[in-house]
Write a protein that binds this ligand. Sequence first.
Ligand SMILES: Nc1ncnc2c1ncn2[C@@H]1O[C@H](COP(=O)(O)OP(=O)(O)OP(=O)(O)O)[C@@H](O)[C@H]1O
Ligand SMILES: [Mg+2]
Length: 340
Amino acid sequence: MNKILTIQNLKKYFPVKNAWGSDVAFVKALDGVDLEIESGKTFGIVGESGCGKTTLMRTLLRLVEPTSGSVILSEQIIGDKVTNNKLEELTSEELRKFRRQIGVVFQDPMGALNPRMIIKDIVSEPLVIHGKTGNMRNRVIELLNNVGLGEEHLYRYPHEFSGGQRQRIVIARALALDPKILVLDEPTSALDVSVQAQILNLLNDLQEKYDLTYIFISHDLSVIEYMCDRLAVMYLGKVVEEADTEKLFSNPQHPYTKALLSATPSFDKDKEKIMILGDVPSPITYLDESKAKLATEMTEQEKLEIKAIEGKGIDYIVRSSLNEVVPLVQISEGHSARVK
Ligand SMILES: Nc1ncnc2c1ncn2[C@@H]1O[C@H](COP(=O)(O)OP(=O)(O)OP(=O)(O)O)[C@@H](O)[C@H]1O
Ligand SMILES: [Mg+2]
């Protein structure tokens, strides 16, 4: 496997402070994530709100400092002259170079585009920041053509475009510095279904044209199935299952993966239904252990819900707090899950 990035035991704990400013607890947003990202492929990350997907992306870009752990960069990204290939040990100049190699596309294109700037300036912004101002107008037109827009759009403002077109502008800007990797954090979830498909197809075309590696974050499993070669399912800051997309969809092992898959709409009446009960357990770990139990105990309401469901042919799982951490085991080649 031609690895472009290797993430090793990455942790990010956000401190929770009391009114006096001292730490009382930690939110374990990332709690020991290991991933290998293959070059030229699409790696998917799924999991429900708050499981740490965006934090993973932000730590990868060094927008937040990780608590511990390592990101190993391949020669492809860092060039062969550099002796140091650990992201956390790069000098600020090396970090600047590294950032050029990763383009970012967020969920909300309107939030990502400055409403007071014209498209020409928005798309050329990274070129200006990195001092690549030669022949800039033509480069911007080329970038717009790549995403299905053109010269006629140069002097318009973001509000004069549709949601899908705005996301195209964001993609054009993300590609301005010829990155090797694109990080896509829910790139289509704010869009209409018909426009979603266009954007996904555009991304597939661009990947082929420029041999891009995608890290694709989504909670929409049908989008993930369509786009990704391999994926990791995250739950409370940990990867609970990882496999090639086909394997994971045909043979899910972890109860949480099974529940996620069973929740996708289907016309198959016999499809197994699994319900997830209760709220997501708190990712907070209290420094004072007596408080920790309160956050993870099952409530009376949850116990009642289980009673009501029993006997109706629906399987159920109760959210576990992951207090007892089950190690990842290998199910088959390239497929691992936290199951006993
Ligand atoms: N800067 C921060 N300070 C404190 N806690 C944070 C910070 N950023 C994120 N968190 C917490 O870390 C956890 C993971 O958040 P994150 O944004 O990574 O989730 P996510 O998987 O991207 O969710 P969503 O699907 O809603 O975007 C959450 O409990 C969140 O409240
Ligand atoms: Mg997020």
